[in-house]
Design a binder for this molecule. Structure first.
Ligand code: SAH
Length: 329
């Protein structure tokens, strides 16, 4: 009974201390507080952008850091969460993988990001959507992620509909097939970024071993099993993957598939040589895809002044820590 009460307090009652759990006996609250904390992480930095995007830098029990973001638009409250400390995929334009992966997050650490972000919303609000698009490759930590999402989507948990939960992957076919088999209605987003293997392998190093064909096949199976349309994400890198030839090739690749394309203009990362695309290049991509009957959107930019794109705040804090260590020596 007590466990149930405590779970309710954390998941529904927004309690961040045992003391706030007013229907627990006072001595039990004190005894618990002497040994435990309801949440195992702490907030190291909290940034708020003018468009009401919040970004948290969260400190884990072992001193490592992860990032998560709350994006607010009309009545939508979207949590963007991480699944790993760092990332092993090494996509050339991404800040999360600059120093490789340190470890997987536990299901508790994944869930706590959602609780922390939900606790930032007014009491009458709840999270409506989740995008697993923070640091890390979700499919490389699928078991822990699925456990956390089970609680997130449960009516006695955070009550977020599975259909409003998007898992974004670099494209690990075996894991995509496992997700398809799970019978869950999660939405799958595949980070494609290039229409052919030569270019994709330059941008997404893991493509060398995987190849676009196996990824598209796994995505088609996901659609067949779940009935859920797959989104293809395409980070648009000025002068690299945004020319008329790539636009044509991308349209050809996806034509006839139940696919939606999200074009994501590159977000600048300090120290990386890539640039944002021109408006003309973006518009040409959109036009070419639409002419082939493919649904396409340009991702809106949110929270840009707080470095909301994944991995950037952690990079900054690591640099600061290194600079401080440097002055001490
Ligand atoms: N590992 C997963 C989830 C990570 S990030 C994946 O690869 O999908 C979610 C999306 O943000 C991915 O499509 C990723 O390519 C994109 N992204 C990462 N860094 C970016 C940047 N600097 N600018 C624009 N999009 C970026």
């Amino acid at each position: 009974m007590r466990v149930k009460q405590i779970r309710r307090w954390i998941l529904l009652g927004r309690a961040e201390s045992f003391d706030a759990m007013s229907d627990l006996p006072k001595d039990l609250r004190a005894a618990l507080a002497a040994e435990f904390t309801p949440l195992g992480t702490t907030i190291r930095k909290h940034l708020i952008a003018s468009d009401a995007t919040h970004k948290l830098l969260i400190r884990l029990h072992d001193g490592r850091h992860i990032e998560c973001v709350l994006i607010q638009e009309d009545r939508r409250r979207t949590a963007c969460i991480s699944t790993q400390v760092g990332c092993a995929m090494g996509c050339v334009f991404c800040a999360s993988g600059l120093n490789g992966v340190e470890r997987n997050l536990t299901s508790g650490e994944i869930l706590e990001q959602l609780i922390r972000l939900r606790n930032l919303t007014p009491p009458s609000d709840r999270l409506t959507h989740i995008v697993v698009m923070g640091m890390g490759e979700p499919m490389a930590n699928l078991d822990q992620l699925l456990q956390a999402l089970e609680v997130a989507s449960h009516k006695d948990g955070l009550g977020i509909s599975a259909r409003h939960i998007t898992i974004s992957t670099v494209g690990l076919p075996a894991k995509m097939l496992r997700l398809a088999e799970s019978g869950k209605q999660y939405h799958l987003a595949v980070s494609l970024h290039a229409p052919n293997n030569a270019l994709r392998s330059k941008i997404v190093p893991t493509n060398e071993h995987t190849g676009i064909e196996a990824i598209l096949q796994a995505a088609d199976t996901f659609y067949a099993k779940t009935g859920r349309q797959v989104t293809y994400e395409y980070v648009v890198l000025g002068g690299l993957n945004d020319g008329p030839a790539e636009a044509r090739e991308l349209a050809q690749l996806l034509r006839g598939r139940q696919a939606h394309v999200n074009l994501i203009p590159f977000n600048d990362v300090e120290g990386l040589p890539y640039r944002r695309p021109t408006t003309e290049a973006l518009q040409h991509l959109v036009k070419t895809l639409r002419q082939s009957g493919i649904s396409v959107k340009i991702r809106k930019r949110k929270g840009s002044e707080i470095d909301a794109a994944c991995g950037q705040l952690r990079q900054q804090v690591q640099r600061e820590a290194m600079a401080t260590a440097g002055t001490k020596m």
